[in-house]
Design a protein around this ligand. Structure first.
Ligand code: 4AD
Ligand code: MG
Length: 477
């Protein structure tokens, strides 16, 4: 017999038929009611065991966490709480789980504890819900771009350049660390390395996405990116996934429109396709916030919040306007910010971003036209000479979700910027050449996928929205 998925049986109207299901025991009570979950959805399937028909030895092995195969009849449930159940005719233990050792019992475990057993947490309701929502979000990302005429481009993971110029890169080398070859002048001889040059894991696929866009028109990357920044925050990973569209002929305001349409599309997709998981996550968040003081609680329930950002157009504010707002804000005047805003040019910290989004505007904000000094070399310089066409999208509870810009397409200006930023020109000769031959205005952005998953699931730590987080001091599993 072909195996049925639990989710399909729970929604089935075809009753009084024989079915085969396989999964893990989530709960077993009164030696009679077994709740089976196979990952296909949030809810488990109740399987009723006539305990006189099975040996005591077999019943003893039905422990939480054990894998079982069940054949039986799908019937309307007599009890309340479920529409259907399975009357078990045949039960086989596929893999036992010793209750003395199995760490996941049917009770509430802390997220911190679950991180320590990340190899088992996909079996919990919370992580099942998060991972299913994550999957649907990823699917919606591809669907959005495909429908809008974008091509999916796979940019390299090993690169020789530092796209963001932040120097937070993991090196890639096959040189022996205990006996590194040196040049005559005593420097590391990267000519002897695998690629005959210094290489690292990419921090962004943008530069290569630009090359592709300047031929294919509209492209996007969606891949892993790596940053060796030593920041142990609830919003940073050393390995995270980034979505980076790049569009030829788009200027900054069209870039903003694209980002806004894109985020709304994927949020709407999840609202329509992940209702049960979102309902579970909403209840989970409410429960978790019960013990917190009012000010630390989310102002809206999860699903209400997601609908809210669909309905609002994001506030578009220049950096200069934002600095004025922040300078005159209460927390700045009362010295409540850790970093006080004193003058134009200051880099915004997450406390400032959150103030703008959560307190001042009460909705997502697109900040643009930042000082050139605090942004990357490739951003298009405005006519004022001191700001660039950068745009960051800030979200409530998250801070920066998107970073993007219009790109500098003028050869001479870009060449000068590369010099100013002390980037060796020979590292980027290919990037510069695209400005020499058929250059056009173009724009793009990067959206941190895990930050999006955090927003949509209401989880407050980024380590809980990626299956196996990589953070400083931590690469287990
Ligand atoms: O602002 P960032 O650094 O922009 C870029 O990398 C550009 N090259 C993107 C582009 O224009 N194509 O990063 C983009 C986004 C951030 O807004 C944030 O959401 C996410 O990536 N991000 C991180 N997410 C998790 N952990 C980290 N350490 C992150 N660093 C950035
Ligand atoms: Mg950024």
């Amino acid at each position: 017999m072909k195996r049925s998925f639990v989710q399909a049986l729970l929604n089935s109207d075809e009753l009084d038929r024989k079915v085969l299901v396989k999964g893990w025991v989530r709960h077993f009570r009164s030696n009679r009611f077994l709740i089976l979950n196979d990952g296909s959805g949030q809810h488990g399937l109740q399987c009723v065991i006539d305990n006189e028909a099975f040996s005591a030895d077999l019943l003893k092995q039905i422990n939480v966490g054990a894998a079982v195969s069940i054949e039986g009849k799908l019937v309307a449930s007599a009890g309340k709480g479920q529409k259907v159940e399975v009357l078990v005719e045949d039960l086989e233990i596929l893999g036992g789980a010793n209750p003395e050792e199995y760490p996941l019992q049917p009770k509430k475990h802390s997220l911190e504890f679950l991180r320590e057993i990340a190899h088992l947490r996909p079996r919990t309701n919370t992580f099942g819900a998060i991972m299913r929502v994550r999957h649907h979000l990823a699917f919606a990302v591809h669907e959005f771009f495909h429908k809008n005429g974008f091509y999916y481009i796979n940019t390299p993971i090993v690169t020789g350049s530092d796209a963001e110029g932040a120097g937070e890169m993991f090196q890639v080398t096959t040189l022996p660390l205990d006996n590194v070859p040196k040049t005559e002048s005593g420097e590391v001889d990267f000519k002897k390395d695998f690629f005959a040059k210094q290489t690292n894991l990419t921090v962004s696929g943008q530069l290569e996405a630009e090359l592709a866009a300047l031929g294919l028109g509209q492209v996007y990357t969606f891949g892993p990116t790596f940053r060796a920044e030593n920041s142990n925050t609830s919003r940073h990973l050393a390995e995270f996934w980034m979505i980076e569209p790049e569009v030829a002929f788009n200027e900054i305001s069209e870039n903003m429109d694209l980002a806004e349409d894109f985020i709304k599309y994927v949020v709407k997709y999840v609202l329509e396709n992940c209702q049960e998981d979102l309902a579970f996550l909403e209840a989970r968040q409410k429960d978790e916030e019960k013990g917190k003081p009012e000010k630390d609680r989310s102002p809206m329930a999860l699903i209400e919040k997601l609908n809210f950002v669909l309905g609002e157009s994001y506030e578009r504010v220049t950096y200069t306007e934002a600095i004025d707002i922040l300078k005159n804000s209460k927390p700045n005047k009362k010295k409540k910010f850790k970093y006080l805003i004193e003058e134009w040019g200051a880099d915004l910290q997450s406390e400032h971003e959150r103030y703008l989004v959560e307190k001042h505007f009460g909705k997502p904000v697109i900040l643009y036209d930042y000082p050139a000094k605090i942004k990357a070399f490739y951003m298009r310089v405005n006519d004022d000479g001191k700001t660039v066409r950068a745009m960051d999208i800030l979200f409530p509870g998250i801070g920066e979700m998107v970073g993007g810009s219009q790109r500098e397409e003028r050869y001479e200006v870009l060449k000068e910027k590369i010099k100013e930023f002390n980037i060796p020109e020979e590292e980027l000769w290919w990037y510069l050449e695209t400005r020499k031959f058929g250059t056009v205005p173009h724009s793009g952005f990067g959206l941190g996928f895990e930050r999006l998953v955090m927003f949509v699931t209401g989880m407050s730590n980024i380590r809980d929205v990626i299956p196996f987080p990589r953070t400083p001091q931590n690469a287990e599993f």
